[in-house]
Design a protein around this ligand. Structure first.
Ligand code: UDP
Length: 408
């Protein structure tokens, strides 16, 4: 099958951890590579955000990345990209007219808008993965939400126009249905984890205290690092390592990093809270293995790949019971759930887990089993293909090919 991934801001070749580069970049990269392994031809269309980027680049995973010039050739925050989407759509249309894909798989709402236009004009089915929803963001962030005003209305239209919608978790299905998107065109296709890279075996990074709590993510308030620092003040003899944000040499200038460090200082625990800044992917497994537990405590989370990475390394996860974390982390089996933004519940569970290493090992082992049996990228690629094949055009073609195969 010839697959066009459309991912306007999330370039699969980007380094992860900085403000607009996280799970979505990884999802597009790993899914594309897994589909190539299954014998498909995959091209990712993304916006050029650096003048040095070549027009087309072959990624190590075997898929092509095409950089379309739409707007300035530099990083532009994703919430400011909407005005450039017409240009992006024109260029995408020119490419797909020359080399027609069997399916357009759009990632994020603006890619969905572009793909809906191109798909309708060229009669190509569109599968939509939102990754995050404007309604949820607005609910949690209120006036701090910098998304364009039109986002929620456009998202609804994109969901209705798409041939199929791939939700990353069951909570997202409910949101989509509430938005008026018909349930029968939604499939759940979660994100995955590279279980060859994230393993329980291998050297752990060095610890700075007897007990280590690790938390990983882009340095944005909704990831809950602030609450985690408050909770740590109530947990003796443990250090908190926060991974993510700009590269270490730029971390001092990051306003969120400064805010978190000030918070730790005010609570008198600055010596127990360490911010590492961005960490390369190759160093992530050792860092995860060095932790007694990984805390993923966002206010809300469309999916959350970090819990899967921790589980694959057999580390228990303390997670807020929100979004994708309610699917991936099984309360009492692979980790524990806590309500979001609740410092007392968080500190109580931290103390409970850290006091019981044998229990942590049991939860970690169960997490590893779950990651390996349900969340490998090969399995996710199969789920994705099944979703593509439920698009009427592709289902019909697959049926014809099957019949032809049987006749041969
Ligand atoms: N990550 C990384 N280096 C960092 C910070 C994060 O490689 O310094 C990776 C992390 O391991 C995970 C991804 O970025 O694979 C974050 O994905 P997640 O879905 O947890 O969060 P998002 O960024 O999408 O909100």
């Amino acid at each position: 099958m010839r697959i066009a991934m459309v991912s306007e801001h999330a370039n699969p070749l980007a380094a992860l951890g900085d403000v607009d580069a996280g799970g979505q970049n990884l999802h597009v990269a790993e899914l594309s590579a897994a589909l190539v392994r299954l014998g498909h031809d995959v091209t990712v269309y993304t916006r050029r955000d650096d003048p040095k980027q070549p027009e087309t680049k072959r990624a190590p995973g075997g898929y092509r990345v095409v950089h379309l010039t739409a707007g300035p050739r530099r990083h532009v925050p994703k919430d400011e990209l909407l005005p450039y989407m017409n240009d992006f759509a024109r260029q995408l249309a020119a490419r797909t007219a020359r080399r027609r894909p069997d399916v357009l798989h759009a990632h994020f709402w603006m890619s969905g808008m572009v793909s809906a236009l191109v798909g309708r004009a060229q009669e190509i089915p569109v599968v939509q993965t939102f990754h995050a929803l404007g309604t949820v963001k607005r609910r949690h962030q209120g006036d701090a939400d910098t998304s364009p005003q039109k986002r929620i209305a456009v998202e609804r239209a994109v969901g209705r126009a798409a041939t199929r919608v791939a939700a990353t978790c069951s909570d997202e299905v409910f949101e989509l249905v509430r938005m008026g998107i018909p349930r029968d065109k939604i499939s759940v296709v979660p994100c995955g984890v590279d279980v060859d890279q994230f393993t329980p075996d291998g050297p752990p990074a060095q610890k700075g205290a007897p007990r280590r709590v690790l938390s990983v993510g882009r340095l944005v308030p909704r990831k809950g690092f602030g609450e985690l620092i408050d909770a740590l003040a109530l947990v003796p003899d443990a250090e908190l390592v926060i991974v993510g944000g700009p590269a270490p040499n730029r971390l001092g200038r990051d306003p969120e990093a400064r805010r978190l460090r000030d918070r730790a200082k005010r609570l008198g625990i600055a010596d127990r809270v360490h911010l590492t800044g961005q960490v390369a992917r190759k160093d992530m497994p050792a860092l995860l293995r060095s932790a007694d537990l990984v805390a993923c405590v966002p206010w809300y989370e469309p999916f959350g790949i970090v819990p899967l990475e921790a589980m694959a390394c057999a580390v228990p996860v303390l997670a807020t019971a929100v979004g994708g974390l309610t699917d991936t982390v099984v309360d009492g089996v692979t980790g524990l759930h806590v309500p979001p933004r609740n410092v007392h519940a968080l500190s109580a569970k931290l103390r409970e887990l850290l006091a019981n290493p044998a229990w942590c090992a049991t939860l970690g082992a169960a997490g590893c089993d779950r990651a390996r049996s349900r969340y490998t990228w090969d399995r996710i690629a199969q789920d994705t293909l099944r979703t593509y094949l439920r698009c009427p055009d592709l289902a019909e073609r697959a049926g014809r090919e099957l019949v032809a195969g049987v006749r041969r």
